[in-house]
Design a protein around this ligand. Structure first.
Ligand code: EPZ
Length: 420
């Protein structure tokens, strides 16, 4: 996916089926290493981050089979504790999960580097602090980060400085293999972290407190393969709801867990959208004009940072929105890169520290460059509201997290084409 072309100005109507969550699938796929057996994943999203993860696992010895019904079987029995290619691991953030999974299974792990969207510095000090607490020693070898646990991993009390999704997931994996009890305090409670707990539990682990800020892992139990279903992608769902708000119309997202989107649904309501929320679906009816509001991102259950750019796009659209909207970004220091591109469409944006202020004004078509996954999709959302042709290059960034992007949007009546 190189380029997305949007001929905006058409309202969206219909239903869209939401896929499995990328950010749940990645830690689950890596956690499977701990079992040394085969796991079957249903609803694995076919997005490039997941396909790259499968490539990394394959390069380490996993055998992967795509079953005709859509399930993916990953057999981890022949996985080796080798150093995977930096070309692969350096492209996705999720590769950092190799550390916890490999350390847990083999007592050692190596990683040349982890990539992901560029939000400035993305430290992993909390992961390393936790591994060290469990008995691992860190060293560098030819530029790779290496961990080893010469005396084995041993349960510990770990308090995270912030509720990091990645550190919580990584430490959960290592802790299931550590002997004795591990308590992780200030843990992340995102639905994808809960999904990892459920996956590990299905593999034989014992974890208490999932969904809270304190996780207790009773480690050292033998793990086995399992069958699991990846939870629906709350960010994909929120993105299509934003698309409907931008373009106007009425859209239903199906196969969702509405409670995962609680904070975002509150914002839609504050903006004046009319929502119908069922057990596994959400319908949004966009008002002719909606209010711009203040949004503050934070760890779950606060408003998700991964929906920040999509809502920000809504606050810029002059003929749809009233008032000034502000986004306070409290998770990532540098998540405002997409605003430069929105400005090319005519958006008025002012950034001061963690706060971006968006004043509505008329937007016009332009040629834009997607800076990252959610920033890129925010540009598409803005473009859907603009009559005329907007081109978005570097669109592979969007393919990292959105499956069947063109067909899903076209199914709602959008004139969108994806090239490459
Ligand atoms: C995950 O990244 C997601 N990625 C991100 O989604 C998401 O934005 C983020 O969680 C927050 O929800 C995946 O799941 C693959 P963190 P992660 O560790 O785990 C600081 C998307 O668009 N921190 O929760 O890397 C960090 O700098 C992507 O799908 C440390 O200081 O995020 C950040 O400010 C983008 N030290 C905050 O914590 C650490 O050791 C949250 O980071 C770890 C994190």
């Amino acid at each position: 996916m190189n380029k997305i072309v949007v001929n905006g100005g058409k309202k969206l109507y219909g239903e869209v089926e939401i896929g499995g969550s990328k950010n749940a699938a990645l830690p689950m796929l890596f956690a499977g290493i701990l079992t040394g057996e085969a796991c079957v994943f249903s609803h694995l999203p076919r997005v490039s981050d997941v396909l790259l993860t499968l490539e990394i696992l394959r390069s380490l010895g996993a055998r992967i089979r795509f079953a005709p019904g859509g399930d993916v079987l990953v057999d981890y029995s022949l996985v080796r504790p080798a150093l995977p290619s930096l070309v692969h691991t350096g492209a996705i953030r999720g590769s950092v999960y190799l550390l916890g999974a490999m350390l847990g299974r083999f007592g050692r792990a190596k990683l040349g580097g982890a990539g992901g969207c560029d939000f400035g510095s993305r430290p992993i000090d909390q992961h390393l602090m936790g591994f060290e607490g469990l008995g691992a020693i860190e060293y560098a070898e030819n530029g790779a980060l290496c961990l080893t646990a010469p005396r084995g991993l041993c349960g510990a009390n770990i308090s995270l400085k912030m509720p990091s999704v990645g550190a919580t997931a990584n430490l959960l994996m290592a802790a299931t293999a550590a002997s004795g009890k591990t308590v992780i305090r200030n843990a992340a409670a995102e639905p994808h972290v809960v999904a990892l707990c459920e996956f590990l539990t299905a593999c034989g682990a014992r974890i208490e407190g999932q969904g809270s800020d304190t996780l207790t892992v009773f480690g050292g139990r033998p793990l086995h393969g399992c069958r699991c279903t990846v939870i629906p992608d709350m960010i994909e769902a929120g993105t299509y709801l934003c698309a409907a708000m931008a373009a106007g119309g009425r859209v239903t997202v199906r196969n969702v867990v509405p409670s995962h989107l609680g904070a975002a649904l509150d914002v839609f309501r504050d903006m004046g959208a009319s929502l119908t929320v069922g057990k596994t679906y959400i319908t949004i009816k966009a008002p002719a004009r909606y209010r711009a509001v203040d949004v503050t991102t934070g760890p779950y259950p606060a408003f998700p940072t991964d929906l920040h750019p999509q809502f920000a796009a809504l606050f810029t659209i002059g003929h749809r929105t009233t008032g000034t909207g502000r986004v306070f970004e409290r998770v990532w220091q540098e998540r405002f890169r997409y605003t430069e591109e929105l400005s090319r469409l005519g958006a008025h944006v002012k950034i001061k520290g963690e706060c971006a202020t968006f004043s509505p004004c008329p937007l016009h078509p332009a040629t834009l460059r997607s800076p990252d996954l959610r920033g890129g999709v925010a540009l598409v959302i803005a473009a859907l509201s603009v009559v005329g042709r907007t081109e978005i290059t570097n669109a592979a960034t969007v393919g990292r997290g959105y499956e069947h992007f063109e067909s899903k949007l076209r199914g709602l009546g959008a004139d969108v084409r994806v090239f490459g």
